[in-house]
Design a protein around this ligand. Structure first.
Ligand SMILES: Cc1cc2nc3c(=O)[nH]c(=O)nc-3n(C[C@H](O)[C@H](O)[C@H](O)COP(=O)(O)O)c2cc1C
Length: 172
């Protein structure tokens, strides 16, 4: 079911799948949630490979990551999950509740974090936040602000250690 792999082995797939979007799943206090991200990827910082993700502070997901300091990234490989991506990328847990139930996605327990992965996806990263950075309004160029932050819903950038990476064939 699970095939071990190195952190960088499938990083090209991860980057390619950022468009149309990959699942970022979080959990804390008995709640679990998944949303879609299109920005981020693996970077080498402080001599270690880190998963870097951008989550706006208004997201329900933001609240869960702040509480637990953990998340998983699940990348669709074989199955067409475009309908689920649309729902999880446009609807909030605050409006529709448990998106796993709503979208009939399978939560599979993480191996090294207390956050599930998406069983329908083939490639997974389990992550623990090492550092976060709030994007500062005054540091953002005006044209970027106008286009991406008209309502001042700035991103928090999370730099996270990748504590596990694997392929899961439940994703077929
Ligand atoms: C293709 C795509 C990419 C997205 N990328 C991001 C992203 O990188 N960061 C972010 O904060 N929201 C992003 N979103 C929006 C969230 O997925 C969306 O607002 C989601 O409903 C948030 O769910 P939540 O409130 O339950 O956390 C993206 C949406 C789509 C469709």
């Amino acid at each position: 079911m699970v095939k071990e792999c190195g952190i960088f082995d499938h990083s090209q797939i991860l980057l390619e799948k950022m468009t149309p979007g990959v699942f970022l799943t979080s959990a804390a206090g008995g709640k679990r949630n998944t949303m879609i991200i299109g920005w981020g990827g693996i970077q080498v910082v402080w001599n270690r490979p880190l998963m870097v993700v951008y989550v706006r502070h208004i997201r329900a997901t933001h609240e869960l990551i702040e509480k637990s300091g953990q998340f998983t990234i699940s990348v669709p490989t074989e199955k067409d999950l475009s309908a689920e991506i649309k729902t999880c990328g446009t609807r909030s847990m605050r409006d529709i509740g448990d998106k796993f139930a709503y979208c009939k996605l399978t939560p599979v327990p993480g191996r090294r974090v207390d956050v599930p992965i998406i069983g329908e996806c083939g490639l997974h990263y389990e992550c623990r936040v090492l550092l976060k950075q709030e994007l500062q309004s005054e540091a953002i160029p005006d044209f970027v602000k106008k286009r991406f932050y008209p309502k001042e819903a700035y991103h928090t950038v999370y730099y996270a250690d990748i504590v596990d990476t694997y392929l899961y064939d439940g994703g077929r």
